[in-house]
Design a protein around this ligand. Structure first.
Ligand SMILES: C[S@@+](CC[C@H](N)C(=O)[O-])C[C@H]1O[C@@H](n2cnc3c(N)ncnc32)[C@H](O)[C@@H]1O
Ligand SMILES: O=C(O)C(=O)C[C@]1(C(=O)O)C=C[C@@H](O)C=C1
Length: 246
């Protein structure tokens, strides 16, 4: 079982910027489950999407794989033969644990876990790409380029799953959903101090976009189809599909 996240329960004198270090990796399953509304639904439904979208003899990329939760869900559900999963993360602490998690289960589809920056990854012969709460950690100016690369590397009929924390153009709704997210964290046992310390650490490194901005970028990248398929408060997931005659 995963360790409980108590990283920010005591006052921290000098709050630095957020990083995915050893301490975060150690408690990550508990942290993400208690912080992201709908996370476990999204993980299991990524498996359902894999069943539908993964094509024989193609690749699946899990970009910003952390401990490999999405990779494992995809691997459990792939029906097609001759596939390979490439899981990428630039945090050594995550990659080391991810390799152990993946190796703990037996399956036919091989998984390669790569310690690298997702901005430097070449994508080819992909039928599915997963960005599960990762794009939000790139500089906003770098997000379009990554989506362009993904579209180029996808086979016709291939899909990108893009899950993110959202901001909202309607400030009234934005404030409501932001507060609902905090209620969710409180209900999951986080104190006001834990919530506010983590929020300050994330402030400079996790800049959120609206659903409209995400859709616009996906269309700019070339995706013929893009729609929100899941939302819980200010967290959700889009599916973007490359046309089968592209
Ligand atoms: C919120 S976590 C993703 C959760 C994971 N996809 C899941 O479904 O459990 C974000 C991950 O992206 C990784 N990351 C952030 N920026 C990255 C980059 N430029 N290249 C590679 N990995 C990156 C972090 O190290 C972290 O593990
Ligand atoms: O916005 C928050 O408060 C979060 O905790 C979000 C979030 C995320 O979306 O990735 C941030 C960092 C951790 O990886 C887990 C969750």
């Amino acid at each position: 079982m995963s360790n409980r996240d108590t990283l920010f329960s005591a006052p921290i004198a000098k709050l630095g910027d957020w990083t995915f270090d050893e301490r975060v990796a150690e408690v990550f399953p508990d942290m993400i489950q208690r912080s992201v509304p709908g996370y476990s639904n999204i993980i299991s439904m990524i498996g359902m999407l894999a069943e539908r979208f993964v094509q024989p003899n193609s690749r699946v990329y899990d970009l910003g794989c952390s401990l490999g939760a999405a990779t494992l869900s995809v691997r459990r559900n792939i029906q097609a033969e001759g596939c390979q999963i490439i899981a990428v993360d630039n945090s050594p602490a995550m990659v080391e644990r991810c390799r152990r998690h993946i190796d703990a289960f037996r399956a036919d589809t091989p998984v390669e876990v790569i310690e690298a920056d997702i901005r430097a990854i070449h994508i080819e012969n992909a039928s599915m790409v997963v960005l599960n709460f990762t794009l939000q950690f790139l500089e906003p100016a770098e997000r379009q380029q990554l989506l362009n690369t993904i579209y180029q590397g996808l086979k016709p009929g291939g899909a990108l799953v893009l899950s993110e924390k959202f901001s909202f153009e309607d400030s009234e709704v934005g404030e409501l959903l932001f507060n609902m997210h905090h209620d969710f964290k409180r209900a999951n046992g986080y104190s006001e101090l834990e919530i506010s310390q983590k929020r300050s650490m994330l402030e400079n490194v996790m800049l959120t976009d609206s659903v409209e901005t995400h859709k616009q970028r996906l269309h700019n990248a070339g995706f013929e189809h893009a729609e929100l398929w899941f939302q819980c408060f200010n967290f959700g997931s889009l599916i973007a599909v490359k046309a089968s005659d592209a």
